[in-house]
Ligand binder design. Structure first.
Ligand code: HEM
Length: 465
């Protein structure tokens, strides 16, 4: 192992090259400097202390959001005492103006009603239709790449966004959004650009009714995305009952909306939530996994060999994909190093204590999978790529609160199981048939804009195997 190391528990790190990540600052910053850093890229603003201490403050002020990274405390907030915490403003200010009463942003009865309607579409039983949708999107991508010149430079993040959009549009909405992709993509990019940043009112904890420049500038994209959803909704609701598709869209149209919510808003916001959360995160996960395979050819070769040796046939199902143990480890390690949801937040309802720190009602807590997954006390060589951390023996030793790419507790990602199999199924096509190369001089930078995106996309050279 020429460039590698073997760590204490026998964990092998075959190559000590550090995948792209900002180096945490040690200085204690003034508010304006901190704000400009947080605004630019929150993961670059988390202080070094956050990666070492169980809890740390984002600002020097005692009122600043508390960054909690202790796995026991994360379980306390998200699981055992979850009733005492609602979604925090750090998160809500980025997404509530767009997703309103949808699953990601709603609370209480409205959240419960939204989750009750959607849950049956996300059980492991639904993997078969989900994988069928995934395969057809993956084959489309492979066909396009096969027609490219060898070594052609392709912005793979852009293409993965389209692939994962096709999967959710096909599976949940019977392809009714397929034609809307260019408009959805354009308005989402506009929204992320103006509203995806953490702003000063969030840091200073202005009351939520105070409009921010970002929220005002985001209004046109919010209006456009809502109109796209309403057009599909109205067309479907007007169909005679014999033409119903029994997909997630019909589930919401036919489901019981909570009385306190406007029925139309409730359906619209949930459909938009699932359309957006269902593809942005998966595309990011796929892009970062592919980046790591390009950076570490030894892992790419092992993944390709495993896929070739598995004899998967044309329509691999969940049991077939479960045989790809090394591919799964690479994916899990990619989700550790580049969690697609890099932070989420909670606000306390009643008083609590977290690692000895008093939490008052309304106190804001930031939980950052980005920080937790790179925490010095929780991981050996946290910044390095070592898929064998997820070998079963090592995996069993990982605290539930130390590895949280999908969150935890009642508000855990509803799409977790489907997303994992979507990623594995697409990797069979992507990593099994193609090889990737990072072009000379490329600057890859993870950028937190609600999701963790590669700044400027991810242009890689693609070769057929
Ligand atoms: C790799 C892919 C994905 C990752 C890493 C991811 C991550 C997350 C995380 C961390 C949360 C919890 C946020 C919190 O606790 O505040 C969450 C919630 C959620 N995710 Fe995902 N997600 C992924 C894919 C998906 C997919 C495919 C869908 C739907 C098709 C989806 C829909 C949702 C929804 C609706 C919520 C809100 C759940 C609730 O509050 O009840 N996600 N996701």
């Amino acid at each position: 192992m020429p460039n590698g190391t073997t760590l204490s528990g026998g964990l092998e790190i075959p190559n000590r090259r550090r995948p792209a990540a900002p180096v945490p600052g040690t200085r204690s910053l003034g508010l304006l400097k901190l704000w400009s850093l947080v605004r630019e890229n929150p993961i670059a603003a988390f202080p070094a202390e956050a990666y070492q201490a169980p809890v740390a403050r984002l600002t020097k002020f005692a009122t600043g959001p508390l960054i909690v990274s202790d796995p026991g405390a994360i379980e306390q907030i998200c699981v055992t005492n979850a009733d005492n915490y609602v979604r925090g403003e750090f998160q809500q200010r980025r997404v509530r103006s767009l997703l309103g009463l949808g699953l990601l942003t709603a609370e209480g009865d409205i959240w419960q009603a939204g989750r009750r309607i959607a849950t049956p579409a996300f059980t492991p039983r639904m993997l078969t239709p989900w994988l069928a949708a995934t395969r057809s999107a993956g084959e489309g991508l492979a066909e396009a790449w096969s027609a490219n010149a060898p070594g052609e430079l392709v912005n793979i993040f852009e293409q993965f966004l389209k692939v994962s959009f096709d999967v959710i549009s096909n599976y949940a909405f019977s392809r009714e959004f397929d034609g809307s992709y260019p408009a959805v993509h354009r308005h989402m990019s506009d929204y992320f650009r103006v509203q995806g940043k953490v702003d000063l009112p969030t840091l200073l904890r202005f009351p939520r009714w105070v409009p921010t420049i970002g929220s005002v500038r985001a209004r046109p994209s919010v209006g456009a995305l809502r109109r796209i959803v309403m057009a599909v909704l109205n067309a479907r609701a007007a169909l005679p009952s014999t033409h119903r598709r029994h997909d997630l869209l019909d589930r919401y149209i036919d489901g019981d909306a909570p009385t306190e919510a406007g029925r139309e808003r409730f359906i619209r916001d949930n459909v938009l939530t699932l359309l957006l959360t269902g593809h942005e995160t998966t595309a990011a996960a796929l892009a970062w996994t592919t980046y790591l395979l390009a950076l570490f050819p030894w892992a790419a070769e092992r993944v390709a060999d495993e896929i070739a040796d598995a004899g998967l046939g044309n329509t691999p199902g969940p049991d077939d994909l479960n045989r790809l143990v090394f591919t799964r480890r690479v994916m899990d390690e990619a989700l550790r190093l580049y969690p697609p949801a890099p932070f989420f937040s909670r606000a306390a309802v009643q008083e609590d204590a977290i690692c000895g720190t008093r939490i008052r009602p309304g106190d804001e807590i930031v939980i950052s999978p980005w920080v937790v997954h790179r925490h010095r006390r929780l991981w050996e060589e946290p910044d390095l790529f070592a898929p064998d951390r997820f070998q079963s023996r090592q995996r069993n030793a990982i605290h539930r609160g130390a590895y949280i790419p999908f969150g935890a507790g009642p508000r855990i990602c509803i799409g977790q199981t489907l997303a994992i199999y979507e990623l594995l199924s697409l990797l069979v096509v992507i990593a099994g048939r193609f090889r990737f190369e990072i072009p000379d001089g490329a600057r890859i930078e993870p950028l937190a804009r609600i999701t963790l995106q590669p700044r400027g996309g991810l242009p890689l050279r693609i070769h057929r195997r």
